[in-house]
Ligand binder design. Structure first.
Ligand SMILES: [Zn+2]
Length: 150
C-alpha cells in the first residue's frame, strides 16, 4: 500500500507550502516551521519516508527519528523559552509520520489544555519568518555530516 503519490510531505505541494516552510534536514527527517504561529516557535518534524505509524520503523530508524524530534524540541526550547513543549502526532487524514512541536507559554494560548491544530490567528511577515527560522537554526545542535576533506 503506497499512497505517497498524494502525500503532502512527499509531494511538497501547494497545500504543504501554505502550511509550513522548510527549515532544514535533520538525520532522518525534515524540520519545518509551521506558518501559523499562535504558539511562537511551533515546528513540524516530518519523517523522510512515507510511513504511517511510529511502530513501523526499525529500532535504529525510530531512535534516529526520535533524536530529530528531541533536537527540534531542544532548539525551540532554547530559542523561545516556553514553559512546556507539547508533542502531537495525529495525522488521521494525512498518514505520514510527523510530530508537531508546539511550545506553550504560560500566558499563551491553551496553556494547560490541548493545542489547536490550526488556530488561523497569527501569521508572521516574511522577515519575521526568516528571523524565526534563523533563531531555531542557530539553537539547533544538529551538525551536518560533512564529507571527509580528502
Ligand atoms: Zn508521505
Amino acid at each position: 500500500m503506497d499512497k505517497s503519490s498524494d502525500c503532502l510531505y512527499f509531494q511538497r505541494n501547494e497545500l504543504q507550502k501554505n502550511l509550513m516552510i522548510e527549515i532544514c534536514d535533520l538525520y532522518t527527517s525534515t524540520l519545518f516551521l509551521f506558518k501559523e504561529q499562535s504558539y511562537p516557535g511551533r515546528c513540524v518534524v516530518a519523517y523522510k519516508g512515507h510511513v504511517k505509524e511510529l511502530f513501523e520503523l526499525s529500532e535504529p530508524d525510530r531512535n534516529a527519528f526520535m533524536k530529530d524530534v528531541c533536537l527540534a524540541a531542544e532548539a525551540v526550547q532554547k530559542a523561545f523559552s516556553p514553559a512546556k513543549i507539547n508533542y502531537g502526532a495525529y495525522s488521521d487524514k494525512l498518514p505520514h509520520l510527523h510530530f508537531h512541536i508546539v511550545p506553550k507559554q504560560e500566558e499563551g494560548l491553551d496553556f494547560g489544555g490541548t493545542f489547536e491544530m490550526n488556530p488561523q490567528q497569527i501569521y508572521l511577515t516574511e522577515s519575521e519568518q526568516a528571523e524565526t527560522v534563523k533563531k531555531i537554526v542557530s539553537a539547533l545542535s544538529y551538525k551536518k555530516q560533512t564529507k571527509p576533506s580528502k
